[in-house]
Design a protein around this ligand. Sequence first.
Ligand SMILES: C[S@@+](CC[C@H](N)C(=O)[O-])C[C@H]1O[C@@H](n2cnc3c(N)ncnc32)[C@H](O)[C@@H]1O
Length: 252
Amino acid sequence: MKKIYLIGIGPGSRDYLTIQAIETLKKVDVFLLLERGERKDRDLLGLRKEILERHLKHGSYRVVTKKMPVRKRSRMAYQEEVAKWRGEVATTIEEFIENELKDDHSGGILVWGDPALYDGHLEMLRGLSKKIEFSYEVIPGISSIQVLAAKHKIPLNRISEPILITTARHLKEYNPAEIKNMIVVLDSHASFKAVDDEDIDIYWGGYLGSDDEILLSGRLKDIKEEIKKTIIEAKRRKGWIMDSYILRRASE
Ligand SMILES: C[S@@+](CC[C@H](N)C(=O)[O-])C[C@H]1O[C@@H](n2cnc3c(N)ncnc32)[C@H](O)[C@@H]1O
């Protein structure tokens, strides 16, 4: 039977690859790389190519590069829009499995960070497995939020406190008084600016793990402007940014 390995590669450094991920790369016959052609994707695709070249012998594997379907911004509700786009990506993966893999061959998809955190591949593969015959295995990766905590040298929670992980889109739904340990991903527009609370600290990281990594932390009210300026400047310089942060109620 055909098999897909969904391999978490960590969020930005080739050194985040686990030994399990490296051993799995060696089992893959054909890798699927999706590219959009934008500067951000070129950079992220570059890391994936570097990982393959570093760990695999030239000629021992094949790479199929396909165009990543573009998510069209529309009047649709966000969830509907993402579901439609994911359907298109799933079709691309289906074509890869059907047309590029021989029976008993394996395909590899390199997933940024960990496949379980804000990533659609697992749901896409579950859907596809009801439609076509193949098996799949998930290799966990280091996630961006683990790297964020490690770089700031903080735990994700203090004794027995809860942790909430969400996206910038949902940040405004929370009353700042509810924030204990809130991890925010998928922002890049400095949504933390709107959080109005004297007693919240922020631990912010951009391009974590890469040579361009930026770390900033402090009382939110004091450094929100600095982080916002940093984001604008970084986007101007590189053309894109990937950032995440922890909002934490300061200890009494
Ligand atoms: C679609 S989610 C994918 C998360 C990924 N699966 C993971 O485990 O980190 C993308 C978001 O993760 C965060 N992220 C991923 N890589 C990052 C990095 N190197 N530095 C900072 N944030 C990152 C950002 O908030 C980004 O918008």
